[in-house]
Ligand binder design. Structure first.
Ligand SMILES: [Mg+2]
Length: 236
């Protein structure tokens, strides 16, 4: 096979929770405990639907109506992170976690292709993302990531990914060659916001009809049919 030149490269960016894996509330429980410990309350967090939201946005939305200003919250995020990572790391060691169908085969395959830059695009804080996918020894496959540390707004993440690829690979990837894979409407919307290719997967907690109503470019119930997924990627 001819090695592809830079103009032919694509970026394939995966969400984590509900897309790569399900850590069965280990993240939510750890974030709630850390928030209680640092802020003295979890605010609205216990009843919030966290799916597709970035970690900092979850903190802002949970706490802003509880008398905390955005600046107060931002000032305590470093302490919050420290406590959250400690709790998450401890919990994930023995917690039941599930890797989604096809991921174990697909991720190394994509990482090994010279026409693909494989990355993460996730609302998790970076260290939290590493702890989660580290459970399945997947960190080594991802060349880069955009995280909740980079922005609390998911819609800003594709542009940040493009900038990071410029810096790390000296390559300007057009959004039409950036493929964003995720399990929520927010993943689809952020791809569309940038003009990237949206791939929705039904492995999270969102009903397929809800995802399909957002008109993703592609939809898969899961990525278990690796060959089918690769054919789709090859045609982009
Ligand atoms: Mg997700």
């Amino acid at each position: 096979m001819n090695s592809k030149n830079n103009m032919d490269k694509k970026a394939v960016l995966f969400d984590i929770d509900g897309t790569i894996m399900n850590c069965h509330s280990a993240g939510k429980t750890s974030l709630m405990e850390a928030t209680e410990s640092v802020f003295g309350t979890t605010g609205r967090m216990s009843t919030m639907n966290m799916q597709g939201k970035t970690d900092p946005l979850i903190l802002f939305e949970s706490l802003i109506d509880e008398g905390f200003g955005q600046k107060d919250i931002e000032a305590k995020i470093p302490s919050l992170k420290e406590e959250y990572f400690r709790l998450l790391d401890g919990r994930m060691k023995n917690h039941q976690c599930t890797i989604m169908p096809g991921i174990e085969k697909l991720v190394p395959l994509l990482a090994g292709r010279d026409d693909i830059i494989l990355g993460l695009l996730t609302g998790n804080f970076e260290r939290g993302a590493q702890i989660k996918i580290g459970r399945f020894d997947l960190n080594r496959y991802f060349a880069l990531g955009v995280y909740g540390d980079d922005s609390h707004l998911r819609n800003e993440m594709p542009a940040i990914a493009r900038q990071k690829i410029r810096e790390s690979h000296n390559l300007d990837i057009d959004f039409s060659r950036m493929i964003i894979i995720g399990d929520t409407v927010y993943d689809i919307r952020c791809a569309k916001h940038a003009g990237a290719v949206s791939v929705a997967v039904g492995t999270g907690w969102v009903d397929r009809s809800v995802l399909l109503a957002e008109n993703p470019d592609f939809y898969f119930d899961d990525l278990g049919d690796v060959e089918l997924f690769l054919r789709v990627i090859n045609e982009i």
